[in-house]
Design a protein around this ligand. Structure first.
Ligand SMILES: [Zn+2]
Length: 255
């Protein structure tokens, strides 16, 4: 049995037996892993709040091999986002971020850029950036790091240089040119505001993004319909946390 150390963000937990937890984490050293935390549900657990969403900790765990569900021995909290993610919207956003990491990052596949993206995104929420803007940034980069963000250079259908008129095709999940390219496939337009925001997000950190001028809610919303189509298309379902977030938003707006 190998004793390992890792710096990890907690993603999600589920109960195991009477007092234990199965914890999903994203580690800097080994990518996404799962482990059992014995007695973590007892009131005086030695893990404290280490498994609250996106708590960053230095952990020690045992694991026989890749297929083995590891056993978490100890966690030392380096950074907690408990306060930052305590609000309804923030908590829902964190659940969605965790679902994206679980959906787009294979187990045992380390990614320094993804690890840093998580930190930068949490930093954006902490700095009070609009949640929708932060989430669009996170979606875009998770897709890109997974190699699933289609390019804007040439049309995914005819191969011609695309220009400004780009549409996302719902079957190939690629950008195609103009209204007339492709056959009868469903498509959604990447409008100029969304296109500009997308390009800017791929060049800048969340902090730089709002440094000059904060993107308009219209552009953020338009980009959201594009990223949603990509996320749901590639996962082949709508993430539960995304559906919940939609309901929450409607509810808050109505209230
Ligand atoms: Zn074309």
């Amino acid at each position: 049995m190998a004793l390992r150390q890792a710096t990890a963000y907690a993603l999600r937990t589920r109960p195991l037996g009477e007092a234990d937890l199965i914890v999903e984490l994203f580690t800097r050293e080994r990518g996404r892993i799962r482990g059992v935390a014995r007695s973590a549900r007892r009131i005086k657990s030695r893990f404290g709040s280490a498994f609250e969403p996106f708590t960053l900790s230095r952990m020690v765990y045992f694991q026989r091999d890749k297929d083995d569900l590891g056993r978490i021995s100890s966690c030392e909290i380096e950074r907690s986002y408990f306060e930052t993610l305590a609000g309804l919207e923030e908590a829902a956003a964190a659940a969605y971020m965790a679902e994206l990491v679980m959906g787009f990052s294979p187990e045992h596949d380390p990614s320094e850029p993804l690890f840093r993206l998580i930190g930068a995104t949490l930093g954006g929420i902490e700095a009070g950036m609009p949640i929708e803007l932060v989430l669009r940034y996170f979606e875009l980069w998770v897709l890109r790091l997974a190699g699933l963000l289609p390019g804007l250079g040439t049309c995914g259908h005819c191969g011609r240089s695309m220009g400004n008129d780009a549409w996302l095709a719902d079957t190939s999940l690629e950008f195609i040119c103009g209204r007339s390219c492709g056959d009868t496939i469903g498509r959604r337009r990447l409008n100029p505001g969304a296109r500009q925001l997308m390009l800017s997000m791929l060049r800048h950190s969340p902090a730089q993004l709002v440094a000059d001028q904060e993107p308009t809610p219209q552009a953020v919303g338009a980009l959201g319909s594009i990223t949603e189509m990509l996320v749901c298309g590639h996962l082949d379902r709508m993430p539960r946390s995304l559906r919940y977030m939609r309901q929450l938003k409607r509810h808050l707006r109505a209230g």
